[in-house]
Every structure is written in C-alpha cells, then in structure tokens.
Design a protein around this ligand. Structure first.
Ligand code: NDP
Length: 308
C-alpha cells in the first residue's frame, strides 16, 4: 500500500518527511518515482495522467491537491476510483483572510481612495459602520462558511446561498435556484465561492448583476469559468456594480490586451486567494487514508454526478 504524489515539489518534500515520521508503513513516492506500481493505492495530483488503470492497476483514491476537483474528467476515471478534494484548515484560513481583506476594502471604498490618490485628491467620504453592509456569499461550504463567520465577527451582516438548505448561526441562509433572487437583492457585496459545475458555469452574468442592489461590489474567488467577462465590464461601466475584485479568470493568465488588466474599477489578483498549506494538509491526507483503510467515511469525497 503506497502513495504517489505528483504536484508541487516543495510541498511534496515536506509531506514526504512528515509521513516518513508519522506513517512509516505508508511509502510515499514523489513522481516520477512510483515504487512498485501494483502497490499504489493512493495518487495525489492536480491532473490525472493518461492510462491510469495500466499505470496503477490497484489505485483506489485520487486526492486532489486543491479544494476544487473540477479539473478532473470523471468519465475517464477507472470504475471504483474515488476522488477526494482537499478540505484543510490552511486553505480556509488563507481564503478567509483574502475575502475579509476584500470585503473591508470595498466597504471602506479603498479603490476609490486609491483612484483619488492618483489624482492627488484629498476628499473624505462617510465612514459607515460594518453593520450597514450586507455581504452575500454564493457557496456556503467549507470556505464560504469560514469567511462568513469571520465577517460576522467584524459586524457585517452576512447571508449565504447554497444548493441544499443550510443553517449557520448568525447567517441568513438561502438555497436553491428559487431563492437566488431574494439572496441577491440583499447583497451589497457579492462573494463567489462556488465550485465549478455544469450548474455554476457562467453564473456570474448580467442577470445576476442586475438583481444586486445598484452599486454593489463583487468579489470572485471561485473559478474563472463562472464569470462572464463581458457582462462584468458592462455592469461596471454602467455603475450597476461599483467595483470588482477578481482572483480567478478564464483563461489564466488573461491575454495582455484583456480589458480587465486596466479597468479602473477592477482589481485583479493572479489566483492567490488561497492555496493548500503543506504542514496542515498532510495531516488531513493521512487522516483520510486511515479512514479509507478502516472503511470509515472520507472527508471531501467528491460526488461526480453533482460535480463537487
Ligand atoms: P464546498 O464543496 O465545501 O462548498 C461548496 C458550496 O457551494 C456548498 O455550500 C454548495 O451547496 C454550494 N453549491 C454548489 N453548487 C451549487 C449550486 N448549483 N447552487 C447553489 N449553491 C451551490 O467547497 P469549498 O468551500 O471548499 O470550495 C469552494 C470553491 O472555492 C472550490 O470549489 C474552488 O472552486 C474555490 N477555491 C478557490 C481558491 C482560490 O485561490 N481562488 C482556492 C480554493 C478554492 P451545498 O452546501 O448544498 O452542497
């Protein structure tokens, strides 16, 4: 029973050292080393190699190195091989920091003050208490809930939208397509933390922007293909949206002549909202492998039919 790791080398070396100490019964190979391919039960990767079943005939679980698992083509996976996405405290902490920073920047109108600075303009606006600002989080999962709890602690009013009904203390919870409209109507700042699925592809579009209060802000840290670029530009230019902070795009990176680079009301970050932290994630990996070995439920098991 062994693990093959095919991803970032730096993280792989940290994992290898940690596992050697804490799970000496589990050989861990950094790709292209694999040991005996017959012994490989676990593959940790971002993308699935060709001829998976010939390479690793006894593969049981693919662990995604990231929180998302939309990059896999589930139709190509050998039958019986499960996919597990990464749920680990390090990703949630970094994402919470990014969302909190972005919400605070929009609430305190920092983009406007930076534009003023460029014009050498010293002009004060009103400072509104955080409780006047309603933050709506699309995707009230691991990351959305963590961000909502942090924002609540700062006094923001938070709501969340999920596929199935949820209950999070202090957060107004909406769910399903039928509750999208009331959720959007009360979101002064819309945060997207949805997984990419057939139902969420292109979801950040004209219809959604028009249902937000005029002058709303957008923070997009889900996946690039969820955002319609043209619709966002139209909404920003018309003032329907006052400002967007975009961390994920399609493609990544954007071409040099893409209008997002220079738009005055758009901040672009290069998919840095969060990432898997080596020290915290390896503990989760081992815990999941131990669960799998004793037939217990695994955290983050992807359901291919729902797409996340
Ligand atoms: P989870 O699976 O824990 O949460 C997903 C949430 O989205 C759930 O609340 C789910 O609803 C909801 N959802 C899914 N489909 C729909 C739908 N059709 N309509 C309404 N709600 C829906 O994922 P995480 O919170 O761990 O991660 C979310 C995403 O964040 C990742 O998939 C990835 O795309 C992105 N990400 C981005 C990073 C970056 O650096 N920019 C880093 C890490 C992740 P329900 O609760 O009912 O299942």
């Amino acid at each position: 029973m062994s693990i093959v790791y095919d991803s970032d080398q730096h993280r792989g070396l940290i994992w290898q050292a940690w596992l050697a100490e804490h799970a000496p019964d589990l050989p861990f190979y950094l790709w292209p080393e694999t040991g005996d391919p017959q012994q490989v039960n676990y593959l940790v990767t971002w993308s699935v190699p060709d001829n998976l079943s010939e390479r690793f005939p006894n593969l049981k679980v693919i662990f995604s190195v990231g929180a998302g698992a939309d990059q896999f083509d589930y139709s190509r996976l050998p039958p019986g091989v499960r996919v597990v996405r990464m749920i680990e405290p390090g990703i949630a902490q970094s994402m919470t920091a990014y969302i909190t920073f972005s919400v605070l920047a929009l609430h305190r109108e920092i983009p406007m003050y930076l534009r003023q600075q460029q014009k050498r303009e010293w002009k004060k606006g009103r400072i509104l208490p955080t409780e006047t600002c309603r933050v709506g989080i699309m995707g009230l999962g691991t990351l959305g809930e963590a961000a909502a709890l942090q924002l609540l602690s700062l006094g923001f009013r938070c709501s969340g939208w999920s596929r199935t009904p949820k209950s999070v203390s202090g957060v107004t919870c909406w769910s399903g397509d039928e509750e999208l409209q009331p959720f959007l109507a009360e979101s002064d700042i819309l945060v997207c933390l949805l997984p990419l699925t057939s139902r969420t592809r292109g979801i950040l579009n004209r219809d959604v922007f028009q249902q937000l209060p005029a002058g709303a802000g957008l923070i997009h840290a889900g996946r690039g293909q969820q955002l319609n670029h043209g619709d966002l530009l139209t909404a920003l230019d018309s003032g329907q949206l006052s400002q967007a902070i975009v961390d994920v795009t399609d493609p990544e990176p954007l071409p040099e002549d893409h209008p997002f680079w220079a738009h005055p009301s758009l901040w672009l970050t290069p998919h840095i909202a969060s990432e898997t932290q080596p020290e915290t994630s390896v503990r989760v990996l081992l815990e999941n492998i131990r669960c799998h070995q004793r037939g217990a439920p695994i955290a983050g098991l992807v359901e291919p039919e729902r797409g996340y």
